[in-house]
Design a protein around this ligand. Structure first.
Ligand SMILES: CCCCCCCCCCC/C=C/C(=O)SCCNC(=O)CCNC(=O)[C@H](O)C(C)(C)COP(=O)(O)OP(=O)(O)OC[C@H]1O[C@@H](n2cnc3c(N)ncnc32)[C@H](O)[C@@H]1OP(=O)(O)O
Ligand SMILES: NC(=O)C1=CN([C@@H]2O[C@H](COP(=O)(O)OP(=O)(O)OC[C@H]3O[C@@H](n4cnc5c(N)ncnc54)[C@H](OP(=O)(O)O)[C@@H]3O)[C@@H](O)[C@H]2O)C=CC1
Length: 293
């Protein structure tokens, strides 16, 4: 669909690029000629991904350890990248999530999601955008959202709220920063299986009809190159008049089965206890590998 020079001269930061969708998006950007920076909190994960993607694509990829819940950590990262040369693009992809009945969420549980998805995405946009404005440079920002920005979603309320806030930021800043040549768009993927999302959103295997791909009109999950291609398009030159849009890439899922987790209202308290234990085990394993945060 694209060639190895579609993104030549582009320098793009992908937050959360060490795993899952961020890693596969980075693979696509590199194969299209971009230089890529990825960030996250686990140095071993970032280093391994850089080695793998560099070997597979021959592209230039670097990592930074950063906790996007901390605005100072983001500013230090973005400053160190700009010292090597200005970015041309940002993909806001890092996120946190888990399913839980909303009545069982503590303030810290809510904050764990909001501070990553809403605050972290905003701080990153601000750190990059203000440098572009000061330097008089154009740029493209793409946020990885979810179709819940249109439908809402039970049992993942802090995520649905925070992603919706970033949808609003996308529209708002498309107007405010349009005069600087800065574009803001977003994508809203349907189900693309990743270890990170499935461990937090489908920890029992019986938790959601959404895990059954028959609820997707195209009768399958998304494939990574499909999402990567959309990101390449949004980071490439040639369609610069496109801004302020959130584009669904979900095989029609949200039109046919809009309330992803509605069936969870059949679960018992015991089921929820088991789900919480499984999610915590996944989170603890990841936490033990963190270099920051
Ligand atoms: C499979 C279904 C198919 C659906 C198809 C629809 C399409 C899919 C749409 C997907 C959309 C979005 C997906 C994602 O964003 S997936 C990203 C998943 N990846 C991650 O979450 C990685 C980052 N995760 C983390 O950092 C951690 O997991 C965590 C979010 C928990 C944050 O870690 P932190 O170190 O800050 O947190 P603590 O462990 O200290 O906990 C903080 C408080 O949160 C409470 N908590 C934790 N887990 C639960 C739970 N399961 N239920 C309720 N509360 C929970 C914890 O108790 C702490 O609060 P207290 O101190 O008050 O106890
Ligand atoms: N998979 C799917 O079906 C869908 C996913 N999405 C979106 O795609 C994106 C990626 O999800 P996915 O790949 O599935 O999940 P992953 O769990 O694999 O990705 C999350 C990434 O974010 C990073 N991250 C989390 N918190 C922080 C933090 N505080 N600071 C820096 N980095 C952080 C993690 O790295 P580390 O832990 O090392 O910090 C990890 O690399 C998310 O925005 C998600 O909402 C949207 C719709 C569907």
């Amino acid at each position: 669909m694209f060639n190895s020079s579609t993104l030549s001269n582009k320098r793009i930061l992908v937050t959360g690029g060490g795993t899952g969708l961020g890693k596969e998006i980075s693979r696509g950007l590199l194969a299209s000629g971009a230089e890529v920076y990825i960030c996250g909190r686990r140095e071993n994960v970032l280093k391994t991904t850089c080695e793998e993607l560099s070997k597979d694509t021959g592209g230039k990829i670097h990592y930074r350890i950063c906790d996007i819940r901390d605005p100072e950590s983001i500013d230090d990262m973005v400053e160190s990248i700009f010292t090597e040369g200005p970015l041309t693009g940002l993909i806001n992809n890092a996120a946190a999530n888990f399913i839980s009945p909303t009545k069982d969420l503590s303030p810290r549980g809510y904050q764990a999601i909001r501070s990553t998805v809403m605050d972290g995405s905003f701080y990153t946009v601000l750190a990059v955008g203000k440098r572009w404005i000061n330097l008089g440079i154009r740029g493209s920002i793409v946020s990885n959202l979810v179709t819940w920005v249109w439908t809402g979603s039970a049992y993942v309320v802090p995520s649905a709220m925070s992603k919706t806030a970033i949808d609003s930021m996308t529209k708002s800043l498309a107007v405010e920063w349009g005069p600087y040549g800065i574009r803001l768009n977003a994508v809203a993927p349907g189900p693309f299986p990743t270890e990170g999302a499935w461990e937090k959103l489908n920890p029992t295997g019986k938790s959601s009809g959404a895990t059954d791909s028959s609820s997707v009109p195209m009768r399958r999950y998304g494939e990574m190159p499909e999402l990567a291609n959309l990101m390449i398009f949004l980071q490439a030159d040639g369609c610069d008049y496109l801004t302020g849009q959130t584009i669904a890439i979900d095989g029609g899922h949200h039109l046919a089965a809009p309330s992803t987790f509605a069936s969870l209202s059949d679960l018992s308290d015991d089921d929820w206890g088991n789900i919480r234990d499984n999610i915590k085990a996944s989170a603890e394993k990841e936490k033990s590998e963190r270099s920051i945060g």
